[in-house]
Ligand binder design. Structure first.
Ligand code: HEM
Length: 131
């Protein structure tokens, strides 16, 4: 039961984390539509803590299930670290965007959203198929 509850917590925090990343990627792509400053606060208060929780619950699942000797988890962790790097890149761009005036700011990061979605797909394929 504890394992299932940890998995549920892992998935809920993942949804919140990935949702926050998608919002930032869209804001950078279509800056006229979205105010950047509230998004920066949202990232700090919600998205980044959700990322930390998702990783912590994932590690806890790995410990409970004795998965850390499995190759799929090693590959998954490499991809997860890349996804964390992508989150860092998005937040860096968001910070720069909030310090610029709207006229100076040009849409950016066209590949960040597809790259994030591709990484997420690969991670989910790894965990569901466990090659
Ligand atoms: C430090 C990072 C992470 C670790 C150590 C980790 C570890 C785990 C473990 C051990 C499981 C349980 C597998 C099972 O019971 O079959 C799991 C489930 C899952 N993880 Fe992660 N995870 C991490 C991050 C992520 C990320 C970033 C994503 C998605 C982008 C993700 C998606 C999933 C999904 C969808 C499941 C449920 C799979 C299923 O029940 O079939 N995980 N994770």
């Amino acid at each position: 039961m504890l394992y299932q509850l940890t998995k549920a917590a892992h998935l809920v925090s993942l949804f919140v984390w990935i949702g926050g990343m998608v919002a930032v990627a869209l804001a950078l792509r279509y800056p006229a539509l979205i105010h950047m400053k509230p998004l920066k606060g949202y990232d700090r208060a919600i998205t980044t803590p959700a990322m930390i929780l998702a990783l912590s619950f994932g590690i806890w699942l790995g410990v409970q299930g004795g998965w850390f000797t499995s190759a799929w988890l090693g590959m998954k962790i490499l991809l997860v670290l890349t996804l964390c790097g992508l989150h860092g890149a998005l937040v860096g761009k968001l910070r720069r965007a909030t310090s610029q005036s709207p006229e100076e700011f040009a849409p950016s990061g066209p590949i960040l959203l597809p790259a994030g979605l591709l990484l997420m797909t690969l991670i989910i394929l790894l965990v569901t198929t466990k090659p």
